[in-house]
Design a protein. Structure first.
Length: 306
């Protein structure tokens, strides 16, 4: 029985891997200037790993595009640079600070300000300036209700906007990448994966990750239902509860102002897989940016964020 369960798990991951590699190759075949969105988070790391397998022994046929808010964890940036060097890939960095300096966006004010929403303009500018006609993302349908509506090939208009009612049917693995001038696509090869699938695949493939994903001690502040790491951009305010040396890890990685930690003793992949299997909170339930409104993610998607 145990052998049957192991066999099923391996076959299941192999099927997901095969599907994702097919989408990656289809993207390279249909589009002239694709790019892979890379945040240094586990999903984008798995995407880059799959792309390396899809086109081996050649190098990746597209660059990795990182939208850097300037408020990233230093561990994420260090990992990004190391991993890109290992892949021998081209890295393109779009800086939110440049968008602020150019007057393209206005930075939020106040103690709870975040640059997370400002990424949309920086991303769309990078797409336009580099003439990318497809951007590969690590979004999965199980993450959030807005992402559950996605196709593998997600059409965006000439303003970079997403219209959930104007998406194309995808029958028998036939993907329609036709577009007008100025339009582009977001492509999601991991659409059918779950958080558990990602972690099991990381273990099976022995993919290295930033240490933020594993249990460690960190000073945190409880804010708006999230547990944020204290830093020069997350400063505790009067009345907020502070914990020093809390034993935590991160289930997602992004801007420090909105990426919440969870209490955890999971210091290895087996422990994380068990924790994910028993978790009652969704993966994005730790994200402060999703708590700003009931439709926060869908609003950002319509604006061109993801």
């Amino acid at each position: 029985m145990e052998e049957e369960r192991v066999s099923y798990r391996v076959n299941h991951l192999a099927q997901l891997e095969s599907e994702a590699i097919f989408i990656l190759r289809e993207t390279a075949a249909q589009f002239e200037r694709p790019a892979l969105l890379f945040s240094g988070g586990k999903d984008s790391i798995v995407m880059a790993h799959l792309a390396r397998k899809a086109f081996y022994p050649a190098r990746l046929p597209f660059p990795l595009l990182h939208v850097d808010t300037g408020h990233n964890f230093s561990e994420t940036i260090d990992y990004r640079d190391q991993y890109v060097a290992e892949l021998r890939a081209e890295l393109v960095v779009a800086l939110v600070q440049d968008s602020i300096d150019q007057g393209r966006v206005q930075e939020e004010k106040g103690p709870f300000a975040s640059r997370n929403a400002l990424q949309t303009v920086s991303l769309l500018d990078a797409i336009e300036n580099n003439k990318y006609d497809a951007c590969l993302g690590g979004g999965r349908r199980d993450e959030e209700k807005a992402r559950a509506k996605e196709r593998f090939f997600s059409h965006r208009d000439d303003f970079g906007q997403w219209d959930p009612k104007n998406q194309r049917p995808e029958l028998w693995n036939i993907f329609n990448g036709r577009k007008h001038h100025g339009e582009h696509f977001r492509v999601f090869p991991l659409s059918n994966w779950t958080e558990m699938d990602v972690w099991q695949y990381i273990k099976a493939e022995k993919i290295p990750l930033p240490n933020l994903y594993f249990s460690h001690r960190r000073d945190v502040v409880h804010r708006s239902g999230a547990m944020l790491a204290i830093s020069d951009v997350v400063i505790p305010q009067p009345g907020e509860r502070i914990e020093e040396s809390a034993v935590v890890r991160f289930r997602t990685i992004g801007d420090m102002t909105c990426t919440g930690a969870v209490y955890s003793d999971a210091s290895d992949l087996d422990s994380i897989i068990y924790e994910v299997a028993t978790a009652r909170q969704t993966e994005r339930g730790t994200r402060a940016d999703d708590k700003r409104s009931e439709t926060a993610m869908e609003d950002r998607k319509k604006e061109g964020y993801f």
